[in-house]
Design a protein around this ligand. Structure first.
Ligand SMILES: [Zn+2]
Length: 62
């Protein structure tokens, strides 16, 4: 089994891991209801996307 020749320094170890860092979740407010949603997605709360109703509410009362 291959064994590392020398210890990896903290700087080398950190530079190898830098691309694994998680980016913060981007949120924008819905133009229709104002709830926070991810950009370029349909709003789960009101079902609107780019000013149009996409999802129809599954509510039998409405
Ligand atoms: Zn909305």
């Amino acid at each position: 089994m291959a064994v590392p020749k020398r210890k990896i320094s903290r700087a080398t170890r950190g530079s190898k891991r830098i691309h694994k860092v998680l980016t913060r979740l981007q949120l924008v407010s819905c133009t229709h209801c104002g709830s926070m949603i991810r950009p370029h997605t349909i709003c789960k709360a009101c079902g609107h996307y780019r000013g149009r109703q996409i999802l129809v509410a599954n509510n039998p009362s409405s």
